[in-house]
Design a protein around this ligand. Structure first.
Ligand code: APR
Length: 310
């Protein structure tokens, strides 16, 4: 059986374990600093397995030794947002959590692949890559699947068409400057720009950009079901060697003209992790939006470098 460790057994970590267990993909270890919580949540999920008919082992722990030999480590540990906070406001608190967590996990699972979810996402993925010294194939950030799923959900709500027919691609950094690519998005192959009136499409793009904030305002904390489902999809693509192309945050080495930074792009996932970054041809407006988003991610990377020696 494959093994997946999830660091942080809060709302996102536990929801990720839930989605993963339902897929019967791997045995699961939940790690958290709070005593009892990872143990309690994993036992609760374990007790659900006979009902859903999945043979998966779930274990909770407060130390990293339980993660030994993980095929994938998913990092969700850290503070979530509160209303009025941007993802970047979490930088200093979460940098102190994600860096040591990544180092500890690598010690026990030298061959593992990291999926990072903690915000500010692109910069936490950068931190994990630098702290572990791993090749870029093995550190991938989850953001684009979520942002694209939000856009797909809004298009489905607007059109009444199955979510399965709706393909949307939201790239760029995981912040308010993210780039919903309407030219590349479609309903059953029909470009969104033809399918929807311009004002409706514009409203969907705006709602997508602020999709995380919309949930924070309602819940008074960050979203977790959809982010967790996105992590589970990434883990499945990796473990099943699917060569699935999905939007993820990846370390750029010249792609889209960017270097030494994480950025959201279509990425092909397989058993080795990130197999390649797909480069779309962009028109002038899309290029400008990418550049604006990249500047904002770079600023957060620079802020991190002032906080942590990399
Ligand atoms: N090691 C392990 N777990 C930790 C550590 C640590 N050093 N520090 C904090 N945690 C745990 C907390 O105890 C908590 O259980 O991380 C968990 C975070 O869970 P929640 O507070 O429920 O937050 P969640 O909604 O899951 O969000 C986590 O994901 O989407 C992002 O913006 C979100 O950065 C946030 C992260």
């Amino acid at each position: 059986m494959n093994k997946i460790s999830i660091i942080g057994a809060g709302m996102t970590g536990a929801s990720t374990a839930h989605w993963l267990a339902e897929r019967e993909l791997a045995d699961i270890v939940l790690v958290d600093i709070v005593e009892g919580v990872p143990q309690g949540k994993s036992l609760d999920l374990q007790e659900a397995m006979p009902i859903v008919g999945k043979d998966v082992s779930l274990v909770g722990a407060n130390d990293y030794s339980a993660t030994a030999g993980s095929d994938i480590v998913i990092i969700t540990a850290g503070l979530p947002r509160k209303p009025g906070m941007s993802r970047d406001d979490l930088l200093s608190a979460n940098a102190g959590i994600v860096g040591p967590a990544a180092e500890q996990c690598l010690k026990y699972s030298p061959d593992t692949i990291f999926v990072v979810l903690t915000n500010p996402l692109d910069t936490m993925a950068y931190l994990a890559l630098k702290k572990t010294g791993l090749p870029r194939e093995r550190v991938i950030g989850q953001a684009g699947i979520l942002d694209s799923a939000r856009m797909r959900a809004f298009v489905a709500m607007e059109t009444g068409v199955s979510v399965e027919n709706i393909n949307c691609y939201v790239l760029g950094g995981h912040g308010d400057e993210m780039v919903p690519l309407t030219r590349h998005s479609n309903v059953a192959g029909i470009p969104l720009r033809e399918y929807l009136p311009a004002d409706r499409l514009e409203a969907i793009v705006a709602r997508t950009r602020k999709g995380g904030g919309e949930i924070v305002n309602l819940l008074k904390t960050s979203a977790y079901y959809a982010p967790a489902a996105a992590c589970a999809q990434m883990a499945e693509a990796i473990l099943k060697d699917k060569h699935l192309i999905v939007p993820c945050s990846a370390f750029m080495q010249g792609e889209y003209g960017l270097n030494d930074m994480f950025f959201g792009a279509p990425v092909q996932l397989g058993r080795k992790g990130m197999e390649r970054i797909v480069e779309y041809s962009l028109d002038a407006d899309e290029k400008a939006a990418f550049e604006k988003s990249a500047v904002s991610v770079k600023e957060t990377h620079d802020a991190l470098k002032k906080l942590v020696a990399l």
